[in-house]
Design a protein around this ligand. Structure first.
Ligand code: C5P
Ligand code: C5P
Ligand code: ZN
Length: 473
């Protein structure tokens, strides 16, 4: 039985129109973005297309720009489905549509560029927040539900949509909110997801307990966070069995009572060492567990799953991440885990580099240029991690540069929800500042990016600094 209704009613009409157009196509080129949200978007969309009997091929792109859209137009497809990107380059895409190159169908959540197209599914077009309420995978899931053939049920795909949302950091202090809640509800109903109030530290499934605590950097618990020996000695002081068969136990290995013991001791330690109350409360949050995945694996926790996907996609191995999303638990998973070790090392070295080198301050923003020290595909993740560290001033957004090639610089900008409430919109800053120096960019209010010509760093910074000043002034 097909299940009536849309998980996001505001988007139901747009989703139905997009689905109808896809059904009319002989075959479809599905193009998606190279990050966790892009991979899960592609996985949701390819599953839905396959189940609807629509012939298609999947490709990944680092970023849509004139060149990559021209490449897509040169392929022999009349219909192109863009997921997790497309809206930001709508002007470029609409020009190809007008030239008769292809009909675009877009399921995205980025700030749309100034142009129109008929088959466009985006939360921002119906008054929903694209940076916190719905991800690319969420938009793709809404489309997938509209694509269900008679008797079909695509609600199992909601699990991947939740991975995409968390991969785009849409879960705040209250977990996933807004339109995402409808998707979480369908995932739970379909029996693929479990939510619970839980310890809010990264690595509940796979990290040995001492590492779980040592890496609790955001929590900033003195004598525990960033302190290997401290974390071990804290654990040793509890009435807990810490090892099993010679190995450290993990959070998933503890029973409910043991978990309560650990959480309350951790909160007590935080309070007694002067951690502010809001940060103590942040130790507890909502966890999202994929119940069909094996316990103690990266795939069972949506947050760890999304990191695994970034580890593939950001290194030009989106095919590996996609295969894992589609159920490959053999070669693709083994390769993804190898890539994950490499990704972790790069993030940790990148963050260390930023901390050592420090940032340069303009009036309204701060920046660093990693050159070739940090890969351009992960410099945004490193910038986001740096935002929580003492090396960075939390009252200003951070702008990060990395070398893309001999002619171009990649720019990544990250702000905070507090700055967004004060008026910050990095998507506009990145688009306008980059266009003023012959580049292009876009994204979300809280996180955005751009590509600019190599010699234009100063001009770009001056323009961006002024724009941020106007927004926050
Ligand atoms: O292209 P896409 O929308 O998938 O990427 C969103 C980016 O924004 C991710 O890199 C995510 O980590 C970042 N982000 C962030 N802080 C937020 C929301 C999103 O850094 N609060
Ligand atoms: O690459 P990065 O993680 O910094 O991207 C942050 C956000 O900005 C993502 O949502 C990405 O899709 C968007 N972006 C964009 N145009 C660019 C670069 C990034 O819209 N040229
Ligand atoms: Zn996204």
């Amino acid at each position: 039985m097909s299940v009536a209704g849309s998980p996001v009613p505001e988007l139901a009409a747009d989703a139905a129109a997009c689905a109808e157009r896809l059904r009319e196509a002989d075959r479809v080129l599905l193009a998606s973005h190279i990050d966790a949200d892009g991979i899960t978007s592609a996985a949701v969309a390819t599953s839905a297309l396959a189940r609807a009997g629509i012939d298609h091929e999947v490709v990944f792109e680092k970023q849509l720009d004139e060149a990559s859209v021209a490449g897509i137009a040169a392929r022999d497809y009349d219909t192109v489905l863009f997921t997790d990107f497309g809206s930001g380059q709508l002007d470029v895409i609409a020009a190809h549509e007008a030239a008769g190159d292809f009909t675009p169908v877009i399921a995205d959540h980025h700030q749309p560029a100034d142009a129109e197209t008929e088959f466009h599914l985006n939360p921002l077009l119906v008054g929903l927040d694209g940076s916190s309420e719905l991800s690319g995978a969420g938009a793709s899931y809404v489309l997938a539900r509209a694509l269900e053939p008679d008797g079909g049920d695509n609600r199992d795909l909601a699990a991947l949509a939740v991975v995409g949302a968390v991969g785009d950091m849409q879960d705040g202090d209250d977990g996933l909110t807004g339109a995402n809640e409808g998707i979480v509800a369908e995932a739970v109903e379909a029996g693929v997801l479990e939510t619970r109030t839980d310890l809010a530290l990264y690595g509940r499934q796979t990290r040995p307990l001492p590492k779980l605590l040592e890496y609790s950097t955001d929590a900033g618990i003195p004598g525990v966070s960033n302190d290997e020996a401290g974390a071990i000695s804290f654990l040793s002081g509890l009435d807990l069995q810490l090892k099993q068969g010679g190995d450290w136990r993990r959070w998933v290995d503890l029973d409910d009572e043991e978990r309560r013991t650990l959480v309350s001791a951790l909160m007590q330690r935080a309070v007694s060492s002067g951690v502010p109350a809001d940060r103590v409360n942040d130790l507890i949050g909502t966890s999202y567990t994929l119940v069909g995945e094996e316990r103690g694996t990266e795939l069972r926790d949506v947050s760890e799953f999304s990191t695994l996907l970034n580890a593939t996609a950001r290194y030009e191995r989106g095919d590996v991440g996609l295969a894992v999303c589609l159920g490959d638990r053999d070669d693709a998973l083994a390769e993804a885990r190898r890539l994950l070790r490499n990704h972790r090392r790069n993030l940790s070295e990148g963050l260390q580099w930023v901390k050592t080198e420090g940032v340069t301050h303009e009036d309204h923003l701060q920046w660093f240029d990693a050159g070739t020290r940090i890969r351009e595909t992960i410099v945004g993740i490193v910038a986001g991690m740096a935002v929580g560290s003492p090396a960075v001033d939390s009252s200003k957004p951070i702008v990060a540069f990395a070398e893309k090639n001999d002619e171009e610089l990649k720019v990544s900008a990250r702000g905070s929800h507090r700055l967004v409430r004060q008026g910050l919109d990095l998507s506009t800053v990145m688009r306008k500042a980059s266009r003023s120096v012959g580049g292009d960019g876009g994204g979300h209010d809280v996180a955005a990016g751009a590509t600019i010509p190599t010699g234009e760093r100063r001009g770009f910074l001056t323009a961006a600094d002024e724009l941020v000043g106007e927004q926050l002034g």
